[in-house]
Design a protein around this ligand. Structure first.
Ligand code: FES
Ligand SMILES: [Fe+2]
Length: 414
């Protein structure tokens, strides 16, 4: 039995840094993540009448969209003799098994057993999970009991360009990516090459700005990170407990290099374990554009997404293996893709499951440490059966970041 599973059942405390990386069923981290609706797919990646397998937090599920357009998440395997349900047929809002044709409705209730002369459907029900669409993603609730209302991000519901980016699958633990959420200090270095290319496209020379003192504070939604300049605090990024990061990026923009030079994107990332050694990141971008400008930008964005199918993970692996360096990476790639490679190199480069015990953190890491502390505190409360903090995301967080961008011209972390 894994250490965290043991802890979950024996109430041992305190929770350590090792507990925050295990998210399978029964682990403390897994129980915490399952208390929240989590994304399982982009809306555009699931056509009506299609089914596909999804793996989240070391568990497999079946995601399908009924002919009516309604998405459903049910168990991975058929109750009859266990074949994979995603290989079957969507019929109306139901799903028929590929092997012997048992049919289930969206609640997981078996409603047909065509090979049985005396069907016993009423005794067969597989698990199903509440499912809904929000911000261009399909979310499901994997927790116990009745699902809470989905966490809303009011700023991202405003009129504007809303676009879900291609999900990023990386071979590392999800907490490598959570650690990066409050890590503004990595931007000038990890994203140095991107910044140089954007500056060149704008006819400027990139000069990393001098470091500013950083602050981090716990809020009603998680952690707010800022910098201090001339005695004034400006907030730059927001981390929403337990696994969502919010940034304003003035460098990482999907589209042309001119888009990267001229636009800024508000962004949410959900960092979600596929299993404890693989992570998927679902990304939602929002830009304050409407009408013709929005249409034109979406066209350029679509072109950038479709015309470049470079194997970004392989390029990043090549850098980690010493076969090439970041300046040698294809200059036709958008900064959106370059950021993927740069962040992958830094975060996968920490090791599949980063060894945090040997870290030597400094002042610039205080946001990173605060997020870890909050995670440990919440997992401790969970282990002891104490109430957890109820997180809430207010409107207005984008405006803080926008003011920051206008005043300081700082790129957001990602
Ligand atoms: S395994 Fe699904 S109907 Fe037999
Ligand atoms: Fe980054």
């Amino acid at each position: 039995m894994a250490a965290t599973e043991e802890r979950a059942t024996t109430n041992q405390t305190p929770v350590t840094l090792d507990d925050i990386t295990a998210t399978g069923p029964g682990t403390l981290g897994g129980r915490l993540l399952r208390m929240y609706w989590q994304p399982v797919s982009r809306v555009v990646d699931l056509a009506a009448g299609r089914a596909k397998p999804v793996r989240i937090m070391s568990e497999d599920f079946t995601l399908y969209r009924g002919v009516s357009g309604t998405p459903h998440v049910v168990a991975f395997r058929c109750a009859h003799r266990g074949t994979q349900l995603s290989t079957g047929w969507v019929e109306g809002d139901d799903l028929r098994c590929f092997y012997h044709g048992w049919k289930y409705d969206g609640s997981g209730q078996c409603i047909e057993q065509p090979a049985e002369l005396e069907p016993f459907c009423n005794r067969i029900k597989i698990r199903s999970y509440p499912t809904q669409e929000y911000l261009g993603l399909i979310f499901a609730y994997f927790g116990e009991g009745e699902a809470p209302p989905i966490r809303r991000f009011p700023d991202f519901e405003q009129p504007g360009v809303l676009s879900a980016g291609v999900p990023e699958y990386w071979p590392c633990n999800f907490f490598n990516r959570i650690d990066n959420a409050s890590d503004g200090a990595h931007v000038p270095w990890t994203h140095r090459e991107s910044s140089m290319r954007v500056a060149a496209a704008a006819g400027r020379t990139y000069v990393p700005r001098p470091s500013l003192p950083r602050i981090a504070e716990e809020t009603e939604y998680g952690v707010r990170n800022g910098v201090v300049s001339n005695g004034e605090v400006t907030f730059t990024t927001h981390f929403h407990m337990p696994n969502t990061n919010q940034t304003l990026s003035s460098t990482r923009v999907e589209g042309t290099m001119q888009d990267a030079a001229n636009l800024a994107t508000h962004r949410l990332f959900w960092r979600l374990p596929v299993d404890d050694e693989h992570t998927v990141s679902f990304v939602v971008d929002w830009l304050p554009m409407t009408g013709e400008a929005a249409e034109a930008y979406l066209g350029r964005r679509k072109h950038a997404e479709e015309s470049q199918d470079a194997p970004l993970g392989e390029i990043a692996d090549g850098i980690l293996a010493g076969r090439l360096s970041m300046p040698e990476v294809d200059h036709s790639l958008s900064t959106y893709k370059l950021f993927f490679i740069e962040d992958y190199v830094a975060q996968v480069g920490q090791g599949t499951v980063a060894n945090r015990h040997e870290d030597r953190p400094g002042n610039s890491d205080r946001g990173v440490l605060l997020v870890r502390q909050i995670w440990q505190r919440e997992l401790t409360a969970l282990a002891e059966g104490q109430p957890l903090k109820r997180w809430r995301t207010p409107a207005g967080l984008m405006a803080e970041a926008t003011a920051k961008s206008a005043v300081y011209g700082l790129g957001g972390a990602s």
